[in-house]
Write a protein that binds this ligand. Structure first.
Ligand code: AMP
Ligand code: MG
Ligand code: MG
Length: 306
């Protein structure tokens, strides 16, 4: 019966189970303690967990969907994976959802899967484990319509059920938790904790928030928006890539929020697009006037992000 479900629902259901498996790999590597850190550039780390989690997700999806275009953050030259890293079951809840009519007949050629196997690597290496997410975004004809944000360490301090997975499909909504509205009596912005600079600061100052939450990860910050803990995610820097924003944008859109660059333009996630989000990231939770907030960003900030 599951095989009769529309491709996008099946792929989202498979992405949920693959992200969960990748999260377990990330925890296991941390428990073993040898992180195998490699420097990819300035302030840009990769660990064995990033590499292994990506191999798990890519191998799992490739086995079920041959010839699917998958773009992952990490360059991994070893395509052999342990057999228990390959998961081919579906998330049951996703498959119960009714697919919006416009997505019923999507072809494989129109889909690009953007994978950030471990978002928040700096925080992972520093033991700030609650910042870490696994991101799988599904773009159709260049726009994000479905995504998975898995938090492998959710609840790890409280001892309750470890980890959680939030998924979203535009036109359907989100699964894994209930979106909340942000407080109406103050304005809270969230931004990077490890990749800030003068331009990032200028953008924040112009918005004059009552509170700034500095945390790691694009997935983690978008979760703050949909949990009602922040109103805007502001990152006036070229450092984020398409794999950082595809899944979070899809989940945010599914809840009625928005994500653009600092000029207000949408990002495209087609297979030939350049990976860096050179216009920065500006995302708002539902109920916020995105354009009005964006109009407060000074021109000198925008000029730095061309
Ligand atoms: P952050 O908010 O700093 O945690 O960044 C969100 C995502 O964008 C993470 O995956 C970062 O690794 C990535 N990122 C942001 N700025 C940079 C940068 N300057 N160099 C490399 N990666 C970056
Ligand atoms: Mg990332
Ligand atoms: Mg990453």
């Amino acid at each position: 019966m599951a095989q009769n479900a529309p491709l996008i629902l099946r792929l989202l259901a498979s992405s949920v189970t693959a992200a969960n498996r990748a999260g377990k790999i990330i925890r296991d590597i941390m428990t073993r303690g040898d992180l195998g850190i490699v420097d990819k550039g300035i302030n840009d780390l990769q660990t064995e967990a990033d590499r292994s989690a990506q191999r798990c997700i890519v191998a799992s999806l490739c086995q079920q969907y041959p010839d699917l275009t998958i773009i992952g953050e990490e360059e991994t030259n070893n395509h052999e994976v342990p057999s228990d890293w390959i998961v081919t079951d579906y998330d049951k809840l996703v498959l119960t959802k009714e697919c919006p009519q416009e997505y019923e007949n999507i072809k494989k050629e129109d889909i690009v899967v953007w994978v950030d196997p471990l978002d928040g690597t700096s925080e992972y290496t520093q033991g700030l484990l609650e910042h870490v997410t696994v991101l799988v975004g599904l773009a159709v004809k260049g726009r994000p319509i479905a995504g998975v944000i898995h938090q492998p360490y959710y609840n790890y301090k409280s001892g309750n059920i470890l980890g959680r997975t939030i998924w979203g499909l535009v036109g359907v909504g989100v699964g894994g938790f209930d979106p909340q509205n942000a407080p109406s009596d103050k304005f809270i912005a969230t931004t990077t904790r490890s990749h800030s600079d003068g331009t990032v600061q200028k953008a924040l100052e112009a918005l004059n928030p009552d509170e700034i939450i500095r945390v790691g990860g694009a997935g983690n910050k978008v979760l703050l928006l949909i949990e009602g803990k922040a109103h805007a995610y502001v990152f006036a820097s070229k450092g984020c890539k398409k794999w950082d924003t595809c899944a979070p944008e899809a989940v945010l859109l599914a809840t009625g929020g928005q994500l653009t660059d600092m000029h207000g333009s949408l990002y495209y996630y087609g297979k030939d697009v350049a990976c860096p989000n050179v216009g920065g990231v500006f995302a708002t939770t539902r109920g916020i006037n995105h354009e009005v907030l964006l109009s407060k960003i000074p021109q000198e900030v925008k000029d730095k992000l061309k």
